[in-house]
Design a protein around this ligand. Structure first.
Ligand SMILES: [Zn+2]
Length: 177
């Protein structure tokens, strides 16, 4: 599964020139990492994405993040070690973003929500590699809407034109950008 992000500046999502902004999964953070599907090596996605979590924890494809988190809670040493390794890369990538954007808040959604929950001390330790001033400012948190946040956000995006101006879209087929 891929890794992406939304960058909200001044209350608006940063789209970029062609709508591709936020491909944070393809920041190259580990020069000795694995080849990524994009052609680069050691992208953030290859270090903390679903495949990376399965590899690091020794779990078979198809194992869910919830199952891995349960193994972590049960004290499985291989899973704990693996998740901490992935958590370090999560923190290193967040440190890059904190240096670039000096954000108020970083919200971990999707599988990174659970990954952050179980590796928070490791993530915070790695985040100390960021510059001091933006690191002191940033708040790390989970989405307020929980596990369904990505889905609800996508639904809201699709309905946004209708909610903004119900009469303008009356009778027109529903369309999501
Ligand atoms: Zn990549």
């Amino acid at each position: 599964m891929g890794l992406g992000g939304g960058i909200i500046l001044g209350g608006r999502a940063l789209a970029g020139a062609g709508g591709y902004a936020g491909e944070i999964g393809h920041m190259s953070i580990n020069p000795r990492g694995r080849m990524c599907r994009c052609g680069r090596r050691g992208c953030w996605e290859t270090e903390i994405g679903e495949d990376a979590v399965l590899r690091a924890t020794g779990k078979a494809p198809g194992t869910t993040m919830a199952e891995i988190v349960a193994a972590h809670a049960a004290g499985d040493p291989v899973v704990r070690r693996g998740l901490n390794q992935v958590g370090r890369w999560l923190g290193m990538g967040v440190a890059d973003l904190v240096n670039i954007f000096n954000p108020d808040v970083v919200i971990f959604g999707g599988d990174t929500r659970q990954l952050f929950e179980v590796t928070e001390p490791v993530v915070r330790a790695a985040l100390h590699t960021a510059l001091a001033a933006p690191n002191e400012h940033v708040r790390l948190t989970h989405p307020g809407l929980g596990a369904d946040s990505s889905l609800l956000g996508a639904a809201e995006l699709a309905f946004a034109p209708l909610l903004r101006n119900p009469l303008a879209t009356q009778g027109a087929p529903a369309a999501a950008g």
